[in-house]
Design a protein around this ligand. Structure first.
Ligand code: GLY
Ligand code: MN
Ligand code: MN
Length: 439
């Protein structure tokens, strides 16, 4: 659990950047208290992304308060050391350990939050805080704000203004720094290796769940702490359900297998989708759909460079996929009318990508006050067009029914274009077929 000096410096650097943009506002981040469930079984806790982003601290039940240009400037409230609880639940840094190991100016025990935070917030105009993530944390914060107003007495001051901390911090998280990128690349590398292993493993007769086990094994063996999201291992018609996650069917010869899986590494997640034939060879109909989606995916990636707009990628994906639907005989009539009536959404109902980082659908604005924001170097996102033709779609050509294809890569924008961080998993038909034949 000890943090290396290199990491501590990276977190300090981030806090410095955040502090420089706070003005006369304070920032408060809460990490979710341990979940209280209706059982007494221990469930793994995933650290809060914002807390981790600013401190590297991974324990539940804590607050971070940042007070720009004040002393102390950084304050945390954490669980006290408790030998008995640590025997059951594991190591805690405690206030002293946290102060020393995480280079925080002042650290108190969590029980002191209401009393100390009240004092520490005096004099600030505004507070960045994300409400509604956790009721217990919200209740504590509300109490502090109410007591603070009371402490001001009859001065005319009302409740301190709350601004959304997630929106504020999202802007920092959206543009990846060197430390982000080292971890983001590693998460993508692990995810890619797992997809290659799953491709090699898959053959007729294996169960989707066994393929999931192969992915999971590779994740953990390569240093991932957990998957970034629920595995989607969808064979045949299951691939036409976008968030399919039963993952319990047999993979059959003649069907495709769609895998959407990403490993988390140091809190950053990969998010890769590949679609390939269970028996190692695409049928003519499958190849037609696959090649069409692949060409669009490659065109979208090649369009990416600083200055473009995400909304244009979405538009381009919809436009090209609609052309493909016409080519495949899925749609008829005039393209303009079809698109106006959203008929194409029947086979492509999602967007072509999203920000990627510590959260799979990562923080950061797509639009700023209604205006699309230009893409900048250092931003990471997915490019994931797909086409899904349900087995019971009587209007589709029979040979295409039950085919679902999505191809998803993770990219980082560079000064002149972009880098594909997940290029390690084959996606060309010949590459996939030769990898699967080499087993
Ligand atoms: N795996 C979730 C997504 O692709 O958005
Ligand atoms: Mn995605
Ligand atoms: Mn995905």
């Amino acid at each position: 659990m000890r943090k290396s000096t290199e990491k501590i410096e990276a977190f300090k650097h981030r806090r410095k950047k955040v502090i420089s943009r706070l003005g006369n506002a304070a920032l408060l981040v809460a990490a979710h208290p341990e979940q209280i469930r209706n059982d007494d079984v221990h469930h793994a806790y995933r650290p809060d992304s914002n807390m981790y982003y600013l401190t590297g601290f991974e324990e539940p039940e804590c607050f971070l308060l940042i007070r720009p240009n004040a002393n102390p400037e950084t304050v945390m409230f954490v669980r006290e050391k408790n030998i008995e609880r640590e025997t059951w639940d594991g190591f805690r840094f405690g206030p002293e350990g946290t102060k020393k190991e995480f280079a925080i100016d002042e650290v108190y025990k969590i029980e002191q939050f209401e009393e100390k935070c009240l004092e520490l917030l005096k004099g600030y105009d505004e507070l960045y805080y994300r409400l509604y993530k956790n009721e217990e944390a919200d209740a504590k914060v509300q109490k502090v704000l109410l007591n603070l107003k009371r402490a001001y007495g009859r001065t005319g001051y009302g409740l301190m203004t709350i601004k959304d901390a997630d929106t504020f911090l999202g802007e920092f998280r959206l543009k990846k720094d060197e430390y982000d990128l080292v971890n983001q690349r590693k998460a993508c590398e692990i995810s890619a290796a797992a997809h290659v292993a799953a491709m090699k493993f898959t053959k007729p007769g294996v169960n989707e769940r066994q393929v999931q086990a192969v992915l999971s094994h590779e994740f953990y063996m390569r240093g991932s702490a957990r998957p970034g999201y629920s595995f989607i291992v969808a064979t045949g018609n299951n691939a036409t359900t976008l968030h399919y996650n039963f993952n319990d069917q047999e993979c059959k010869s003649g069907d495709l297998l769609l895998i959407d899986a990403g490993a988390e590494y140091n809190m950053y997640s990969g998010d890769i989708t590949r679609t390939f034939p269970v028996n190692g060879k695409f049928s003519a109909a499958q190849a037609k759909v696959y090649e069409g989606v692949l060409n669009i995916q490659k065109e979208l990636i090649s369009y990416v460079k600083p200055g473009i707009f995400f909304k244009d990628l979405h538009k381009m994906a919809e436009d090209r996929l609609t052309d493909l639907m016409f080519e495949l005989g899925l749609l008829s009539g005039k393209k303009e009318d079809v698109m106006k009536a959203n008929e194409h959404r029947k086979y492509y109902p999602h967007g072509c990508g999203h920000w990627l980082g510590m959260d799979v659908h990562d923080a950061g604005l797509y639009y700023i006050r209604g205006e699309a924001r230009p893409i900048e170097a250092g931003m990471c996102f997915t490019i994931e067009p797909g086409l899904y033709i349900p087995a019971d779609d009587k209007t589709a050509p029979a040979e295409l029914r039950g085919i679902g294809v999505r191809i998803e890569d993770n990219i980082v924008v560079t000064n002149s274009g972009c880098d594909n961080l997940t290029a390690g998993v084959p996606k060309e038909i010949v590459e996939i077929e030769s990898l699967m034949a080499s087993r």
